[in-house]
Write a protein that binds this ligand. Structure first.
Ligand SMILES: [Zn+2]
Ligand SMILES: [Zn+2]
Length: 390
């Protein structure tokens, strides 16, 4: 079986000469994600969530014509360098929450576009609000043979648990049973999610939600698959015959920009025991609820309970964000270790020290063990790795 790394939530800034995601970097283009960014990071599977926009699907078709991509019979698109593209669409339902539909092929993508054409303002742009309910989305995804996944499920910004409901079971009714997977988002990890009992039914994805090339792979998953294609990806979410997600890798939730509650009145990130829904400093209740606080408010058990086979969740910090790593050193390390994931997961401490010095080597080993000291984030401000951490 194959063991590969994948990041299933990446945005496109520009395609076919047009802006696609306004908040995303213009350098973020389909071709460069597949042929430059994914290999540099060490990803063999990437999910591009703006595939339903007209410019991106146009570009996809051109790449199929030129042979830069090949559509696979079992779903998915294979680039010549072996990177598997999973085409996906992130959208906002009428409840104001974000969902991703992963789709197997071009025909399903066209069907998706035909369906949403009359329900959306602008087919050029991504993550548009669509006049469709979350329950209807379950149906749509079924018809398209897709996989439906709530995006960044716990964030106050458009996450299903973060901004819509305490319980998907209640909100979705019987359609809840059709859901197989949720995306944890940058500010949550498996243990936090698993204090909500109903999440036992789901596989957890840890993805980057990258709006720039640098952020691709800031979270990723390791998959065990028989082959690289859409069908195998789907099997891995359902643990079918040995296919599975074998590990989640993500930011320490404290690094996430919505980890703790944040007071809009006095700009303070809370430090008190969760859930914090009123500012301890100025008393205001104009708060952006933190993911940690939100989960503490809706959890139905204090200790996480995981189903058998739930993979471990490892804390990672992108190498570039480690104190002391500048662009030059980063390039030097990539040249030596081939890609960032090899460096993070496999490289020997002595080898790293030879290229980057003892200090950086020690930091990377500390990170692997999840022992980096962190200053928590909140209210849209990322947390940080503490400098002088020894
Ligand atoms: Zn989103
Ligand atoms: Zn997104």
């Amino acid at each position: 079986m194959l063991s590969i790394y994948g990041d299933l939530h990446i945005h496109i800034g520009r395609a076919a000469g047009q802006a696609v995601k306004i908040t995303a970097s213009r350098q973020l283009e389909l071709k460069s994600i597949l042929y430059r960014d994914a290999p540099r990071k060490g990803l063999e599977m990437v999910g591009v969530v703006d595939a339903g926009t007209l410019p991106v699907s146009q570009e996809l078709e051109v790449m199929l014509e030129t042979g830069e991509l090949q559509e696979l019979r079992a779903g998915g698109f294979l680039a010549r360098n072996g990177v598997l593209l999973i085409a996906a669409c992130e959208l906002e339902s009428i409840e104001g929450v974000h969902w991703i539909i992963y789709l197997p092929g071009l025909e399903n993508l066209r069907e998706y576009q035909r369906f949403i054409r009359s329900r959306v303002h602008n087919m050029q742009l991504s993550t548009q609000r669509i006049r469709i309910s979350s329950k209807e989305l379950v149906n749509l995804s079924y018809i398209l043979e897709g996989i439906l996944c709530p995006a960044h499920a716990f964030t106050p910004h458009k996450g299903i648990y973060g901004s819509w409901t305490d319980s998907l079971k209640t909100a979705m009714g019987s359609d809840y049973r059709q859901l197989r997977v949720i995306e944890l988002g940058l500010s949550a990890d498996s243990d936090m999610a698993a204090t909500i009992k109903e999440t036992r039914a789901f596989a957890f994805l840890s993805n980057s939600d990258a709006h720039s090339a640098d952020n691709i792979g800031r979270e990723y998953n390791r998959f065990r698959l028989n082959n690289k294609n859409f069908q195998e990806f789907k099997y891995s979410l359902e643990n079918i015959q040995g296919r599975r997600i074998t590990a989640n890798f993500g930011l320490d939730p404290r690094l996430g920009k919505y980890h703790r509650s944040y007071c809009l009145a006095c700009s303070t990130i809370s430090t008190e025991a969760p859930p914090v829904s009123q500012c301890h400093r100025c008393g205001s209740n104009r708060l952006v609820m933190g993911v940690y606080d939100r989960i503490a408010a809706i959890q139905d058990q204090e200790e996480p309970s995981h189903p058998a086979g739930r993979p471990p969740y490892y804390y990672r910090v992108p190498i570039k964000q480690l104190p002391g790593v500048g662009p030059k050193l980063y390039e030097k390390m990539l040249n030596y270790f081939e890609n960032e994931i090899t460096l993070m997961e496999g490289a020997d401490q002595a080898d790293i020290a030879r290229i980057a010095g003892e200090k950086i080597a020690a930091l990377i080993i500390k990170m692997r063990k999840g022992r980096l000291p962190i200053i928590p984030g909140g209210g849209g401000h990322y947390g940080k790795v503490q400098k002088n951490s020894d």
